[in-house]
Design a protein around this ligand. Structure first.
Ligand code: MG
Length: 178
């Protein structure tokens, strides 16, 4: 079998192409409890239960931040905003998102697009998706069409299906192009 050889020029071109995009994924889940607000994507959603957490427990925003950090191998939000630190008690997760976005920008990267899924049995999230996309796009200085949010139930299966919590998944593509 012939040895695998790539010209120096080709190798450099490949490395340039490789460094132009990075991808990250994030996941988070928080418990649903009484007497807490339900905040998703920075939007307060009317519901009889809310998410429990040290901050405002905005599970969608947390998943997106972890995806942004993950794309640059910068660790996770627990490292930057540890639950043990009282300054993050009740924190507005959008403020944390602004800081993570600044970190990404400081490293020379920009968000290409975000795609995300919220897993919640109740309440119906469809009426709130536009508001969440608007809010996140505003905070991240993006076009709304760069922020994808989908919602699904868990078909009554497992913890999210039993309404014990709400989970969120996010994928973020970063690019070096402005
Ligand atoms: Mg969280």
């Amino acid at each position: 079998m012939a040895p695998l050889s790539v010209s120096v020029e080709n190798q450099q071109r490949k490395e340039t192409t490789m460094s132009a995009i990075r991808i990250g994924n994030g996941y988070d889940i928080h418990r649903l409890v009484p007497e807490r607000p339900l905040i998703l994507g920075g939007v307060k959603i009317p519901h009889d239960l809310g998410l429990l957490g040290h901050s405002d427990a905005d599970v969608l925003t947390h998943a997106i931040m972890d995806a942004m950090l993950g794309a640059l191998s910068l660790g996770d939000i627990g490292h930057y905003f540890p639950p043990s630190d009282p300054q993050w008690a009740g924190a507005d997760s959008l403020k944390l998102l602004r800081q993570v976005n600044q970190l990404v920008h400081d490293q020379g990267w920009h968000i290409g697009n975000i795609d995300s899924v919220i897993v919640a049995e109740r309440p119906k999230l469809k009426p709130h998706i536009v508001a969440m996309r608007d809010r996140l796009a505003e905070v991240l200085n993006l076009q709304v069409n760069q922020v994808g949010i989908k919602a699904t139930t868990n078909e009554k299966l497992d913890a999210t299906g039993r309404e014990e919590g709400i989970a969120a998944y996010a994928v973020v593509l970063l690019t070096t192009a402005p």
